[in-house]
Design a protein around this ligand. Structure first.
Ligand SMILES: C[S@@+](CC[C@H](N)C(=O)[O-])C[C@H]1O[C@@H](n2cnc3c(N)ncnc32)[C@H](O)[C@@H]1O
Length: 319
């Protein structure tokens, strides 16, 4: 009997240990490294404070991975997201609505846009008015972790995050929030920076160090690509693409804008270029919320659908 109890105790102890290790692996870089990710209010304060400097260096499109002629980046994104005339889309983390205005003009979509910065809302509203797009682009202060507070369920054809998702203090929560407001069949598109995988063991610590600096300086919470893919699949999204952003090399801006911004503000200036390891990779991820309707052409995801229907309490007859 004693042996049985001892074995039971040992197994509980081991289970606890492995569970804690697994949880640790499942947490974002910031949390694993005892960094507290910034809250949306802190991110908002950051953009309020640096709004002028962002405008001065980045202009109306606040994305570091970009083309020299920024319209080429935005044209690429119209294609990549799959924006089509008449769609209703959400810009989650919209900046001053540079992309939203361009998409409304060029792709003829209707855009709802949210940012956590009051300054950006003011600036965006002026730009929307000046472009005569008050009917097509609406901006408000809002937190993309709580989208159902602002929009009805099953509402958007697409939700996109352009270098904004990485500000999230809880990536899985941001994904769940997006799921709620997307129509079945709707697209979620993420473009962001993700922690680089070290090739040499001695680069691990350097990458962590640089990521810690970026997170602190920019109120970011750089995501681990695999954790994000995990969270998307767990939510029930069907991943249709995960890839490098294929901007043409001759159009690529080479990240000099980030350096200009760092020099202008003194934020996250590189301490020692010899020791420096570039700590991130940029990727785009496209996925969609499945339909529960074979007639809508989704039959090849039958098994995946069936599983999630069970989880979400949907009737098989809906398929
Ligand atoms: C690097 S800027 C990108 C802006 C815009 N996507 C663009 O391409 O110009 C990041 C944006 O994400 C927004 N953001 C960060 N956290 C947010 C949150 N929790 N809810 C809504 N917006 C958020 C910021 O306010 C800011 O507008």
């Amino acid at each position: 009997m004693l042996i049985v109890y001892s074995l039971l105790g040992l197994s509980i102890l081991l289970n606890g240990f492995f569970w804690r290790q697994w949880r640790k692996k499942d947490q974002s870089f910031a949390i694993r490294n005892n960094q507290t990710p910034s809250r949306p209010e802190q991110v908002g304060d950051f953009y309020d404070k640096y709004n002028d400097k962002f405008l001065k260096t980045y202009g109306e499109v606040i994305q570091a991975f970009r083309t020299t002629d920024v319209t080429k980046l935005l044209d690429y994104q119209i294609e990549a997201i799959g924006l089509e005339k008449g769609q209703r889309v959400l810009d989650a983390g919209c900046g001053v609505c540079g992309p939203a205005i361009y998409f409304a003009q060029q792709a003829e979509v209707e855009v709802e846009a949210v940012t956590v910065s009051e300054e950006q809302v003011q600036q965006a509203q002026q730009r929307i008015q000046a472009a005569g797009l008050a009917e097509k682009v609406r901006v408000q202060k809002g937190d993309y972790h709580q989208l159902k507070n602002y929009f009805p369920a099953d509402h958007f054809d697409a939700v996109y995050f352009l270098e904004s998702f990485g500000h999230s203090y809880d990536h899985a929560l941001a994904i769940a929030s997006t799921w709620e407001v997307l129509k079945p069949g709707g697209v979620l598109y993420l473009k962001d920076l993700f922690r680089k995988i070290a090739v040499l063991p001695e680069h691990e610590a350097k990458i962590d160090h640089e990521i810690g600096r970026i997170n602190t300086a920019y109120r970011y919470n750089i995501a681990d690509l695999y954790q994000v893919l995990h969270a998307l699949r767990k939510q029930g999204f069907i991943i249709s693409q995960m890839k490098t952003i294929d901007l043409k090399l001759e159009d690529f801006e080479n990240l000099t804008i980030s350096n200009d911004f760092q020099e202008l503000t003194g934020i996250a200036v590189i301490e020692n270029w010899e020791e420096y390891v570039f700590p991130v990779d940029f990727f785009e991820i496209k996925c969609f919320k499945p339909w529960y309707d074979i007639g809508l052409g989704n039959s090849r995801y039958f098994l995946q659908n069936l599983y999630h229907m069970k989880i979400w309490g949907r009737e098989q007859g809906e398929l």
